[in-house]
Design a protein around this ligand. Structure first.
Ligand SMILES: Cc1cc2nc3c(=O)[nH]c(=O)nc-3n(C[C@H](O)[C@H](O)[C@H](O)COP(=O)(O)OP(=O)(O)OC[C@H]3O[C@@H](n4cnc5c(N)ncnc54)[C@H](O)[C@@H]3O)c2cc1C
Length: 417
């Protein structure tokens, strides 16, 4: 008899799950609440889709932090060369940019999505768009199907929950996946916005809005906080953004659940120590002592920032007082900002938090709370930095959950939890 698998969510995790779950005598139906599948995928990498990077599986997993080991069984199944070969065999070659990031050679996220949709069709996956799953159908204790927003029910012995995160509502972000997981008995690590800009108590960054620094190092100015961001920093009307800040945002948002503000320290020129700055200024004083401090700093930083850094000490460098010099050296190596909130869900590229990992078996991605339920992608409590990490997890977990659901359905005596 034909068995049914339902996949909830038509992002990269859900599409890979549906493809991997397909097979003879199995009907796979994918439900997508938006009118089209893969809306977020199309926006990835600025539309170019940064699909992965050159790290090996262990290094990629480590970048997801303390819980990184959870990724390993999925990466073991579909990561790196397997992923690139899979797309190449389907006429979507993947190529390397800047020796680290992988993109489709065409630099079009649309080609990646088209390839997934073609493969899903070839595998006989039925895709129902504009159809949100809102509830489970159960038969006593057993999962028996899903209920959709229009009140219809669809039978399914196995279900893969791949509803993604909460960020970017227009691209499919929302909370219905978390609600479904909770109805199945799961608990949450409170989801907060990740990979997003940060808003400061200080108003001066707004005066520098639009200015960017190509390479700074940002850290959270609290004891035992080890997360660091390195790269471009952009000043915005409300605070700071760009790569140096994005990778810290999830942790900052988590801290903001308990604290009113979170301090940030920015090393404006990583690699140049306080002592090296001191020596550099000693030289400047010798040959350009009559020049104004802001004028000297403007050779290194955008003018508006230089004026801010010089502050009340602006005037001939030769006349800079000892205390003025110490204040300036402090700012250059650890400019402090106070974060009051993130740029919020509408600009959160990932969600930090989600379904608790302890309640999911990493070897199969099966729920430990409801028999027949599996998870894939960003809906679970895992998020990586910028740079192809999150799509790598979405794809690998999609493949593992799809295969696990299919294997579990085929098992002569289906294990229950
Ligand atoms: C602007 C932007 C750029 C990004 N760039 C990159 C990048 O270059 N590289 C990278 O690795 N990552 C990037 N990311 C992150 C990456 O896109 C996500 O981590 C990834 O898409 C997660 O895949 P997913 O399938 O788990 O979730 P999603 O892609 O979010 O897909 C989930 C789908 O489920 C649907 N859904 C939700 N609830 C229901 C429901 N109840 N019923 C039916 N359907 C439902 C949603 O509409 C959505 O289509 C970016 C994210 C954004 C927002």
């Amino acid at each position: 008899m034909e068995s049914c698998i339902a996949v909830i969510g038509g992002g990269p995790a859900g599409l890979f799950a549906a493809i991997a779950a397909s097979g003879a005598e199995r009907r796979v139906t994918l439900f997508e609440k938006l009118p089209q599948t893969g809306r977020k995928l199309l926006a990835t990498g600025g539309g170019k889709c940064n699909i992965g990077n050159t790290l090996d599986a262990a290094e990629l997993a480590a970048a997801f932090g303390r819980q990184g080991r959870f990724l390993l069984p999925a990466l073991d199944v579909f990561y790196g060369k397997e992923m690139r070969d899979w797309f190449r065999e389907r006429n979507v070659p993947i190529s390397l940019e800047d020796d680290f990031h992988y993109f489709p050679a065409s630099r079009r996220a649309g080609d990646v999505l088209a390839c997934l949709l073609e493969e899903a069709e070839r595998c006989g996956v039925q895709i129902i768009t504009g159809c949100a799953v809102t509830d489970w159908v159960t038969d006593g204790e057993r999962l028996a199907g899903v209920r959709t927003a229009d009140g219809k029910t669809y039978p399914a012995e196995a279900v893969i929950l791949a509803t993604g995160g909460r960020g970017y509502t227009a691209l499919g972000g929302g909370t219905s996946g978390y609600r479904l997981a909770e109805l199945a008995g799961h608990s949450m690590i409170t989801p907060v916005p990740g990979l997003t800009g940060l808003q400061t108590v200080e108003s001066w960054p707004g005066e520098c809005a639009g200015l960017s620094l190509p390479d700074v190092e940002v850290r959270i100015g609290l004891p035992r906080e080890t997360v660091r961001g390195r790269g471009e920093l952009l000043f915005t009307r409300q605070g700071v953004s760009a790569f140096a800040v994005l990778d810290l945002a999830g942790r900052v948002a988590e801290l903001l659940l308990k604290k009113e503000t979170v301090p940030l320290c920015i090393d404006l020129m990583p690699g140049r120590s306080r002592e090296e700055w001191r020596q550099w200024f000693a030289e400047v004083r010798k040959h350009s002592g009559s020049k104004n401090l802001s004028r000297i700093l403007a050779d290194l930083f955008p003018k508006r920032l230089a004026v801010h850094l010089a502050g009340a000490d602006d005037g001939p460098v030769a006349r800079l007082t000892a205390s003025g010099m110490e204040r300036l050296l402090g700012d250059l190596t650890g400019l402090s900002l106070t974060i009051r909130e993130t740029d919020g869900w509408e600009k959160a590229m990932v969600t930090h938090g989600g379904v608790k990992l302890k309640e999911i078996d990493p070897r199969t991605l099966a729920s430990r709370c409801m028999t027949g339920l599996f998870f894939a992608g960003e809906v679970v409590d895992l998020d990586g930095p910028c740079g192809g990490y999150n799509l790598s997890w979405a794809m690998a977990s999609g493949v593992l959950s799809g295969r696990s659901a299919a294997e579990w359905l085929c098992a002569p005596a289906r294990a229950s939890i």
